[in-house]
Design a protein around this ligand. Sequence first.
Ligand code: ZN
Length: 477
Amino acid sequence: MPAIWPRLLERLASGDPVVGVDERRRWGRREFEHAIGMGIFRETEPATCILCDACPERHWAEVHVAGVSRRRFYACPEEGTQHVDAERLRQWRIDAGRVAELTAGALGISTTIEVLLLQHLWRLGRRRLGGRYRDIFLGVGGGPPLAEMSAAIRRSIGQGSALLLSVGCDGNPAEIPTGHQVVDFMAISRLEGVQVIVDLEYLEDRCTEGTPPARPTLPSIPAPAGATWRDVSVTVFEGFLRITIGGKEQEVEFAELGVDWQSQTIQLLKLFAAARGTLDAAKIGDLGAGDTGARMRVRRLRRVLQEVVEVDGDPIENHRRSKVYACQFEIRLAGDEGHRTLAGVTWLDLAFHERSDGRIAVAAPERRHFRARGAQNHRGESTGEVAEECRTATRTYCLEEMGLRTQAGRLSSEGAAFVGLLRAGGRLPRRSNDLVVLRLAQQLREWTGLEGEPLHLVEASRSWTAVFACSSEVKTS
Ligand SMILES: [Zn+2]
């Protein structure tokens, strides 16, 4: 994934757009050549200072040019006169105007670009976004603050609505007038080969906010007062979602969400479901989105979820330190039904609990991968020392999913035995050759993937006891 784009944008925003041979090497020679080919870098005057590499001091020295020979040299206090290869002094300037042109091109705008504030603000042109025409601007930091850019925009277009793509502009976005929207350009753009790509889908979304949606209102699912995302469970089917909040179940088709089943948002949702709710940021990047793309996609999915489920708070938390996105609700793929248990886990490690809403909470040890803290590079980023921890995770299932109740809502004989077992704290007064008990044991083995007997016969009391912990919130008469 070309990393040169965010770096050169950062350099632009820092107000120091001249880069040397060292940067060319660090940023990748090939990408650098691409960028030169695109006109982003233009060769400029050679450097007049150089970092000495003749002595261990790493000091800066001024470069002199010898009269006739035009040879270049500098003086090192330790090692004396040092000649410098002209190649080492080459420098390139990032052409911010060219970045503006390429951005306009990526937005499909072909009208002439207008400079509003020299080296810092360009009017790229107009295009339709979020259902209406807007003027789009590119602002580069290291100069006037946002408020001043906003004033220049107003002078240029009057009261119209404007979208400012900001490359590290200083200032509080809250202070700029309504009608002017600021979007972090680094987060929505990237370089692919010799093309600048702008995430138009995201811009459309951003510009649609606040304006009434063109699609019919979402079938938002009401939640009981005080419900949080932890009370929500989502099962992802091929064309729809089944969402359960506080025992109430509702199905929503992707089309109703206003997203296509092939869209990135749904792909991401499925990825989360397959991973049971926790995804490495890098894995999302692997979808072809890169780091910034990952953030953007999660943001979009978050919005879809918040629109459809009437629960406050963040459904997908970004754990920056461990570079992991974690769904705050339960999510899984339909068909991924069995409860996955770890190797080495036995029936003794499991606990089944009947909730008052009739669903079964299953607590089991689960392995979690996380990046060890402390392993960081000089930029404070985690370098990805992967560690493992074992902890108890609780997942909730309905009896249908466990194969203990029919879709019509009738408990099977095994289901009735199972519920009886939980309510009696793990005792089941049945005979040794009771077929229902034997079938229940078989079903539990298959569902958990665990070997060994989940139920033991206690000859003396002529009853069965569960090896796993049993409890219930349901009062028995
Ligand atoms: Zn030196």
